[in-house]
Design a protein around this ligand. Structure first.
Ligand code: PDD
Length: 282
C-alpha cells in the first residue's frame, strides 16, 4: 500500500495536497532522497540522511528535523505502508510564500513530504540488461545536490526512450558523468571503472557501496575519468541506483557490450552486494 506523509498528516498519496505557492512547485526549490527498504529496514539510512543534510546546506535551507526525528518518521512510514521491500521518497522544500518571489522568504515553513511505495524490482526476480545510448550532459554544474529540479533528467530519459533505449550515459566536456538518474560503471582491461566524485554527478550511495564490496572482493577499482572511446570498448557496463542496486547494461548505441548479457564482474559485485544487504539485516 502506498502511504504518504505531508507536514504532519498521513494519507494516501493521491490525497496529499500542497499550496500552489509552495516554492517546490514554483521553483523546484527543494531537495530529496530515495531510500531503499529491505525487509522493512531502511538500507544505509545514515548515508542518505547525511547526503540530505549536505544537499540542504548547499541550497541554504535549514534541516527541519534531527537525525533521530527523521529515523522515527521513516520507521513509522515503513510500518504504516506494510511493505517489506520498498522505495521511500523524502522531499523537503522551502515551503509556501505569500507570492511568487525569487528571493528566499525570511521565515521558512518547510514542506516535508514522504511516500513509501512497493518496489518489486528490488526482489530481483528477473535481471534483464538495459539498452543505453549516449547523450550530451546538458545539466547544470551542481549535480552533487539531490535537487528536485529534474526537468533535464526527464528530458534525457524521455529522449532515450524515444530512441528505443532505456536510458542514456551522459557525456560532458568529453568525459562520462552518469545516467539520467543512476551512476555508471564499466569494466575495461580487468578493472572496474567509474567517474570520480565531482559537481557534475550525484555522489550515489549505491555507487559507494558497490566500490566498497568490489574492493573487499579483490576487484581492481579505479575512480577516474572515462572517455567516450573507452565507453565503446567496455567489456561490461552497469548502472547503480538505490531502486535498482547494480543493474547490467547490455548494449550501447545499438551495439552489444560483451555478449550483451550480464557480465562476470557484475555477477560478482552483485553477489557481494547481496551479502552486504544480508549482513545489514542480521
Ligand atoms: N536517483 N545519479 C543521479 C542523477 C540520480 O538521480 C541517482 C538516484 C543516482 C544514484 O544514487 P543512489 O545510488 O544514491 O540512489 C545517481 C534516485 C533514485 C531517483 O531520482 O529516483
Amino acid at each position: 500500500m502506498s502511504i504518504s506523509y505531508l507536514n504532519g498528516e498521513w494519507q494516501a498519496v493521491e490525497e496529499a495536497k500542497i499550496s500552489v505557492l509552495d516554492r517546490g512547485f514554483l521553483f523546484g526549490d527543494g531537495v530529496y532522497e530515495v531510500i531503499p527498504v529491505y525487509k522493512k529496514k531502511p538500507f544505509t539510512l545514515d548515508l542518505h540522511l547525511k547526503r540530505l543534510n549536505d544537499s540542504l546546506k548547499e541550497i541554504k535551507l535549514s534541516n527541519p528535523r534531527t537525525t533521530q526525528e527523521w529515523t522515527d518518521l521513516i520507521m513509522e512510514g515503513i510500518e504504516r505502508s506494510g511493505e517489506q521491500n520498498a522505495a521511500l521518497y523524502l522531499q523537503i522544500t522551502r515551503g509556501a510564500d505569500t507570492k511568487r518571489n525569487f528571493v528566499y522568504p525570511e521565515k521558512v515553513v518547510h514542506t516535508v513530504f514522504m511516500m513509501v511505495s512497493a518496489a518489486s524490482i528490488l526482489e530481483r526476480k528477473v535481471i534483464k540488461p538495459y539498452h543505453f545510448i549516449t547523450l550530451e550532459d546538458f545539466r547544470w554544474n551542481k549535480g552533487h545536490i539531490k535537487s528536485i529540479s529534474l526537468i533535464a533528467a526527464g528530458m534525457i530519459k524521455n529522449e532515450a526512450i524515444t530512441q528505443g533505449a532505456d536510458d542514456a550515459v551522459l557525456i560532458k566536456n568529453g568525459k562520462v558523468t552518469e545516467c539520467s538518474a543512476a551512476n555508471i560503471f564499466i569494466v575495461l582491461n580487468g578493472a572496474l571503472i567509474t567517474p570520480p566524485k565531482s559537481k557534475y554527478l550525484l555522489q550515489g550511495i549505491t555507487r559507494d557501496q558497490i566500490i566498497k564490496v568490489a574492493i573487499s572482493g579483490g576487484i581492481k577499482v579505479e575512480e577516474r575519468e572515462i572517455t567516450p572511446e573507452e565507453l565503446k570498448q567496455a567489456d561490461e557496463m552497469f548502472m547503480t541506483r538505490s531502486t535498482h542496486e547494480a543493474w547490467p547494461v547490455g548494449s550501447l548505441d545499438g551495439k552489444p557490450i560483451g555478449n550483451g548479457e550480464a557480465g562476470v564482474v557484475w555477477q560478482e559485485v552483485d553477489r557481494l552486494f547481496q551479502a552486504l544487504k544480508s549482513e545489514a539485516d542480521s
